[in-house]
Design a protein around this ligand. Structure first.
Ligand code: GLU
Length: 187
């Protein structure tokens, strides 16, 4: 099972996010990433493999944001590589996800028909585009997440960061860990 972290701080949070992810390392993972807002703009760094690789990336390309989300991924849909590593992002938000979205194929087809372009092989990316579509339709971030969650089937914990929203982190979890398929249980 992956790790999810969100921090709203008073100084740059990327180091704290990585430190928090380190405490969850025992759960197992194949890649890691962090996203922050710098002057309101979403920025992210991701790396395949151990947290050390993410730290190396952050030391050469630091993140200054005071708000951030982080993730250690245990791949269920899509290869364990940097492209598929979380956070997943659109122009408007970044999201990290623990679990599986079972109906991602039908939602992806629906979103692609609406013109949303996918970059990864993950089930998670549909969440990013689903909430972005709600924002594009004029909803606030809170309402966009609230309107999108009922469309998701499966087992999930999610954390969102929104462009231009320096004081807002949204987290959500379903209550059905037993919904995970037996063959690929999250630890
Ligand atoms: N299903 C998602 C993926 O494959 C999240 C996996 C996890 O919980 O780390 O990217």
């Amino acid at each position: 099972m992956c790790g999810i972290v969100g921090i709203l701080g008073k100084e740059a949070v990327a180091t704290q996010v990585v430190e928090a992810l380190r405490r969850l390392e025992y759960r197992g993972y194949d890649s890691a990433g962090v996203a922050t807002l710098e002057h309101g703009l979403l920025t992210r760094r991701r790396a395949e493999g151990k947290l050390k690789n993410l730290e190396i990336r952050l030391s050469s390309e630091p993140l200054e944001g005071l708000i951030g989300i982080g993730h250690t991924r245990w791949a269920t849909h899509g290869k364990p590589n940097e492209t598929n590593a979380h956070p997943h992002a659109t122009a408007k938000l970044a999201v990290v996800h623990n679990g599986i979205i079972e109906n991602f194929r039908e939602l992806r087809a629906e979103l692609q028909a609406d013109g949303y372009v996918f970059e990864t092989e993950t089930d998670t990316e549909i969440v990013a585009h689903l909430v972005t579509r709600a924002l594009d339709r004029g909803l606030t971030p809170v309402d966009a997440v609230a309107a999108s969650l009922p469309r998701l089937r499966g087992a999930f914990a999610l954390a969102f960061l929104f462009e231009g929203q320096e004081d807002l982190l949204i987290g959500s979890a379903d209550r059905r860990p037993e919904g995970l398929p037996a063959g690929r249980r999250h630890r």
